[in-house]
Design a protein around this ligand. Structure first.
Ligand code: CA
Length: 414
């Protein structure tokens, strides 16, 4: 690893960055923020602060789409400049900084299209078993990254409240319309697209990673009762499209380089992907080691002064397809991906219940509610509940980095 911006000895004159669990100087994620009374602008998270890139003479467009379009060389050049400006030993410029707690964080890019995959195989098996106990995975599952086209307009940044949807639910007396009773979260990674491709020109798997601008956390809020009634035969619609929350910082491939791992070997008997999805370099280093957690805080816990409770601990290594395979598959028919488009990986569950990334799985479809500190239980989310996703990358010899929270509170239905 020869990138000097990843040197574990590197420290910043921004004191809160040194030892910060998410945003040490080795991370430098990109986002868009407004200072109090100011217009949206591009920034970099550093410790508890945000660096205003324009103030530092490094203005980027906000939203960041045009910069994401430039690809890895532009990102690396900016990263080197920002790292040098913020490093211990450089002239401190506190006037370039704003406290994160005082700014408004926006979506980092204007998201034109959003596609959600289903590449967490443990989720696919656990969720599939609830509907098809003997045949949880459909025959296509191991051959291609299954996905559906989601709704970009309802993607919101961390901290935005999420209103419980109304919708049509099945019932013994026929369907009824009302507030979803089985509201759930899904623990996912988001993948921002960089340069992208022209219509009709697929991105080969070998160059797919070059089209990934970075990663965020993604909560694919899901109304299971609406979903279960509507999804056949064309897939999710109103059970998903009411809201998707993402963490507002784009964590770049450069920052995540130390935490790349080989794609887990497929179990004996699983098919090898077709050649357009197979690349040796992608198999060798295209997966990510990222600890992922889900935290729940209910109004009752908040009133009792209790801390958020961890309801799941998983890892991005459980994905059955790599992000590059998702890009290659998505464009294999000629479909164009554009700068700032967002992919969701699908719910990333591990093999055991403690690693299940949705309540659908961890409560066995609501039949075995979670027990929370203070004595409450939850089969599905109730009004006032706050769900927070977190991610942390660690590896011996490197400074750990995180993503910042991906949080949302459930509001009562309209
Ligand atoms: Ca999903």
């Amino acid at each position: 690893m020869t990138d000097p911006t990843l040197d574990p000895a590197l420290r910043s004159w921004v004191e809160s960055a040194n030892g910060h669990p998410d945003f040490p100087i080795q991370n430098l994620p990109l986002g868009v923020f407004s200072p109090p009374g100011g217009a949206p602008r591009a920034g970099v998270a550093i410790g508890e602060m945000v660096l205003d890139l324009a103030a530092a003479g490094l203005a980027l467009p906000a939203p960041l789409n045009a910069f994401l379009a430039e690809g890895a060389a532009a990102r690396r050049a900016l990263r080197a400049r920002v790292s040098a400006l913020l490093a211990h030993g450089a002239t401190p410029h506190p006037e370039w900084l704003h406290a994160q707690r005082e700014v408004t964080l926006h979506l980092p890019a204007q998201i034109g299209d959003y596609t959600d995959f289903y590449a967490g195989i443990h989720h696919a098996v656990a969720a599939g078993k609830l509907f098809r106990p003997d045949n949880p995975l459909l025959p296509n599952y191991k051959h291609l990254p299954v996905g559906y086209h989601g709704r970009a307009s309802s993607i919101v940044p961390s901290g935005a409240p999420v209103r419980r949807p109304n919708g049509q639910r099945a019932g013994a007396e026929g369907p009824s319309f009302g507030p979803a009773q089985r509201l759930d979260y899904e623990l996912e990674l988001g993948v921002f697209i960089g340069p992208g491709n022209a219509l009709g020109e697929p991105i080969p798997i070998a160059s797919a990673a070059a089209h990934i601008a970075g990663f965020c956390l993604l909560n694919d809020w899901s109304a299971r009762d609406i979903q279960a009634w509507e999804y056949q035969p064309l897939g999710p619609f109103l059970g998903k499209s009411f809201a998707t929350t993402i963490s507002p910082w784009i964590v770049t491939p450069e920052a995540l380089a130390p935490f790349r791992i080989p794609q887990a070997p497929r179990p004996e008997g699983d098919p090898r992907p077709l050649p357009y999805l197979w690349d040796e370099a992608d198999q060798a280093a295209g997966a990510l080691a990222l600890e992922l957690e889900v935290w729940l805080l209910t109004p009752g816990m908040r009133a009792a002064g209790l801390a958020p409770h961890r309801v799941a601990a998983s890892d991005a290594r459980h994905l059955y397809f790599t992000p590059a395979q998702m890009v290659a598959h998505h464009t294999s028919n000629g479909c164009n991906l554009r700068p700032g488009d967002l992919l969701g990986t699908g719910t990333i569950s591990g093999p055991e219940r403690a690693a299940y990334g949705s309540l659908l799985e961890s409560t066995a479809g609501g039949r075995e509610p979670l027990r929370l500190p203070g004595g409450e239980t939850r089969a599905f989310l109730e009004d006032g509940d706050e769900v927070v996703l977190t991610a942390r990358a660690r590896r011996e010899g490197f400074v750990p980095i995180g993503f910042g929270p991906c949080a949302g509170v459930v509001l009562p239905a309209a």
